[in-house]
Design a protein around this ligand. Structure first.
Ligand code: COA
Length: 157
């Protein structure tokens, strides 16, 4: 497995993040991302996975916030041509470490029940399925709530 260089994103990474986000099946609006990164008043952390040999090449990123005293994984996207290489996993592990460093004891997230790739990734990392919520998304899709205790315990096979 290739290890990405993982670091917090800065304003200067905005265009790189937008490029990755545009590949998502349900992309966040550019206005929201621009506000998070450029104005920076939302308190969210953007964590980027950069290609080890090309620091300006963003492979994927995760967004970490907080909700009711838990770390909240709000977004996770990897460029389609770099999927299934472990970068999504590396980003979730990094987000969990950040959440732990921030003093959170658990990391929660919501994922579409139709999103097999993400559900499998989270399950592999030890996230438990909690409640589901009907029509959580604007297109009517159902959300699966998931959570993991921090620090993550990762089994290496
Ligand atoms: C979900 C996503 C971030 C996964 O990123 P990734 O870098 O491909 O993930 P990894 O390579 O770390 O995959 C880890 C494991 O998850 C599972 N997985 C990942 N993609 C999968 C797929 N398309 N189908 C089935 N299982 C999949 C596999 O078990 C995989 O391990 P393996 O490759 O050894 O079999 C990526 O598919 C993506 O960007 N999707 C679009 C955005 C999105 O849906 N984000 C989730 C929001 S909640």
């Amino acid at each position: 497995m290739i290890l990405a260089d993982i670091r917090f994103c800065a304003k200067t990474d905005l265009e790189r993040i937008l490029k990755v986000e545009r590949t998502s099946p349900h992309p966040w609006s550019e206005r929201v991302i621009t506000r998070d990164l450029v104005i920076g008043d939302t308190g969210l952390s953007y964590i980027g996975a950069f290609a080890p040999a090309a620091q300006d090449k963003l492979l994927g990123y995760a967004v970490l916030g907080d909700e009711k005293g838990n770390g909240l994984l709000m977004n996770l996207v990897v460029l389609p041509e770099h999927q299934r290489c472990g970068f999504g996993t590396q980003l979730v592990v990094a987000a969990a470490e950040c959440a732990s460093d921030m003093g959170f004891f658990s990391l929660v997230l919501r994922v579409r029940v139709s999103n097999v790739a993400a559900l499998t990734l989270y399950r592999n990392l030890g996230f438990k399925a909690d409640a589901t919520r009907e029509s959580f998304y604007s297109d009517g899709d159902v959300a699966q709530y998931m959570s993991a205790k921090l620090p993550l315990t990762i089994k290496i096979e």
